[in-house]
Design a protein around this ligand. Structure first.
Ligand SMILES: [Zn+2]
Length: 98
């Protein structure tokens, strides 16, 4: 899990997740107030994680021909990935002078 780059306070899941909903809004540390911005790599990770499972399941594994079952499983995997993504993405300390 991501920690504050300045004081090492761990950010909780809820705060990071909320940042996603606000289109990667910078996270502010509760303890020292340092702002953190999501890295480009972090954004790419989220994008890859939401697309990859659906793609793998639909095109490679193809467990069933039923498009509704496939869509359902793909969506479920997408949601699980999305819920896990706050553990994977990385934020970096924001430079206020740039
Ligand atoms: Zn801090």
């Amino acid at each position: 899990m991501q920690k504050c780059n300045n004081c090492n306070t761990p950010f909780n899941w809820r705060i990071i997740f909320k940042s996603f909903w606000w289109i990667y809004k910078p996270i502010e540390c509760d303890t020292c107030g340092t702002e953190h911005k999501i890295t480009l790599f972090g954004r790419s990770t989220i994008a890859a994680m939401s697309i990859l499972p659906i793609w793998i399941f639909g095109y490679i594994l193809s467990p069933t021909d039923n498009i509704f079952v496939l869509a359902g499983i793909g969506l479920l995997m997408g949601i699980i990935d999305f819920l896990l993504s706050p553990y994977i993405v990385r934020y970096k300390k924001m430079n206020k002078y740039t």
